[in-house]
Design a protein around this ligand. Structure first.
Ligand code: TYD
Length: 214
């Protein structure tokens, strides 16, 4: 059955401490206020199996290939059982992180092979004859030093959040490379600004695309 509204797949990215969480919720509320159905989800995670894999990835030490395989296994389950069916139903799917995070954290941060990640990306995101990826990636762009300052006061760090500033510089640079390689998909948001200004930028991107009306 065809739905009146076309599904939209939007991912949210950025280094830890960039402040994307509150804005994901606000984006969900804005779409709902305009009558859209929203699926709010996250990676690694979003399904019972993928949430189990998330616990392992965030909690247990492992080599970078193992880590990448678990993250992509979680992604395959999430994509096929939650994201694609929701898009079919015409939902706006808002996903807290997707494959760009793997290139940033496992590729940049851990220094794992980008060509292996590119192959995994192809395998995992090809469903039937087509390659699936977000229609838009809202990238919360923030200097690693500022992100570290914000995080220091915030919470008990997980296995990634406790990494060095050098790790986060590499994560940041890998996001930059991904953004430069796909400028039509990436919308950089200056996350150093106030919460209100960050929201205004994000809102303007969605209005420009005519995905939000008000
Ligand atoms: P995060 O969105 O920061 O969750 P929370 O706000 O609950 O801490 O994501 C958890 C961590 O997972 C984050 O530090 C980045 C990491 N991560 C990867 O290393 N690779 C990936 O592919 C994804 C999706 C996340």
């Amino acid at each position: 059955m065809k739905h009146a509204e076309k599904g939209l797949f939007i991912s949210f990215e950025g280094i830890d401490g960039a402040g994307k969480s509150t804005h994901i919720q606000a984006t969900a509320d804005a779409f709902k206020a305009e009558g859209r159905d929203v699926t709010l989800t996250r990676e690694p995670g979003g399904t019972p199996l993928a949430e189990k894999l998330r616990q392992m990835v965030l909690g247990d030490a492992m080599d970078p290939l193992t880590e990448s395989l678990l993250v992509f296994a979680a992604r395959r389950d999430h994509l096929t059982t939650v994201i694609l069916p929701a898009l079919e139903r015409g939902h706006v799917v808002l996903c807290d992180r997707f494959t760009d995070a793997t290139f940033a954290y496992q590729g940049g941060g851990r220094g794992f092979s980008l060509s292996t990640l590119t192959q995994l990306e192809r395998w995992v995101q090809t469903v039937g004859a087509s390659f699936k990826e977000p229609d838009l990636t809202l990238w919360f762009k923030l200097e690693p030093r500022l992100a570290a300052e914000r995080l220091a006061s915030a919470r008990v760090p997980d296995r990634f959040e406790s990494q060095s500033e050098q790790f986060f510089k590499a994560v940041h640079n890998a996001y930059l490379d991904r953004a430069n390689a796909a400028p039509e998909r990436f919308a950089p948001i200056d996350a150093s600004q106030t919460k209100e200004q960050v929201w205004d930028q994000l809102h303007a991107v969605l209005k420009n695309k005519k995905w939000l009306k008000l």
